[in-house]
Design a protein around this ligand. Sequence first.
Ligand SMILES: Nc1ncnc2c1ncn2[C@@H]1O[C@H](COP(=O)(O)OP(=O)(O)O)[C@@H](O)[C@H]1O
Ligand SMILES: [Mg+2]
Length: 387
Amino acid sequence: MERESLLNPGSTIGIIGGGQLGRMLAIAARQMDYRTVVLDPDPGCPSGQVTDGQIAEPYSSRDASRELARSTDVVTYEFENVDADSVSAAAELAPVHPSASVLRTTQHRLHEKNALLKAGVSVAPFRHVQSLEDLQQAGVDLGFPMVLKTATEGYDGKGQEIITRAEDIERSYESLAARKTELIVEQFVPFKMEISTICARTADGQTATFPPSENVHRNHILDVSIVPARIPDSVTENARLLAADIATQLDVVGLISVEMFVTKENELLVNELAPRPHNSGHYTMDGCDTSQFEQLVRVLAGMPIAEPKLHSPTVMVNLLGEVWVDTDGDPDWARALEMPGVSLHLYGKAEPRVGRKMGHINVVADTVEDALYIATEARDRAWRRSR
Ligand SMILES: Nc1ncnc2c1ncn2[C@@H]1O[C@H](COP(=O)(O)OP(=O)(O)O)[C@@H](O)[C@H]1O
Ligand SMILES: [Mg+2]
């Protein structure tokens, strides 16, 4: 029953995965006086710096995930590349949200696309690739360009090849087939914009969606999120309805992040799902009255969820390792924070590497244009790149 699953402040949330998403979840939990324990092998991980406890074992260890479940009241995970069997093992001892079955679907691009089709959701035409011949046939069926992807373990564009002509098929196939995971190939979508919408869903089926963000990627890594997205209101509304529909049809309890392409005709094609907080939802920390992390804490605790509202236009810019590398480890935060409406979020990662997500800047302003200008300028200042 509903009341049985209500966890009051003082209860403990277990988090599998110790990255920045777990860290920001733990900070939101702490605000409401929930306790947190993280499972991550790295003793200095971003989450472990702020959680009450850490089990420093591999995520794939069943014993460790059972130990996490035994020492907490509810368990969640903050990235998809965790072993679904160890999540199932935890589920024998504590509620796990979203379920191991949602994880299994969303961690495998083919299962994910098939689940979306079954739910009546539009996706780019795709083919399962089990041989070079399959990929050659896909070139005939789908046309060029097409995007070859590993079915599992891809992120930030890793495990992807864009194939622009038939002559490149063999080389792309060889390069990804070497990874020994299943492959999928998709038609390249000439989108006019990428957006994402995060939906929260409770155990009793209530949903609430955050405003969609307009996402700009650089080198396949999210660079900037702009909210409100610069699309017609009807498309915004459709994106929210679509995300809520997916959450319901997949029976998600927790958060589901839905990445979509907006076509020239303003159609929405779903690209991928993530059953967790999302980089493109970091704007909610300063732009909304409830953040994605607080919302997830509420779902996990069985508390009522908020109907999140954007109170001001907000832009997020990611801070990747190059900001540190290019400034010899000394970004100019003071100059960045001189700009109005800037909030700095850093993840506590000791080692900056090019392309590594180290933090983000949120900027809240009166208009989207102002927020975009200030956010870019603040990052350039930290990066010591401004004139
Ligand atoms: N079918 C496609 N058509 C056009 N662009 C694509 C397609 N698939 C992926 N991309 C581009 O590559 C980015 C990363 O791909 P995605 O499938 O989201 O993988 P991941 O985020 O896990 O690396 C997308 O955000 C988009 O910019
Ligand atoms: Mg993606």
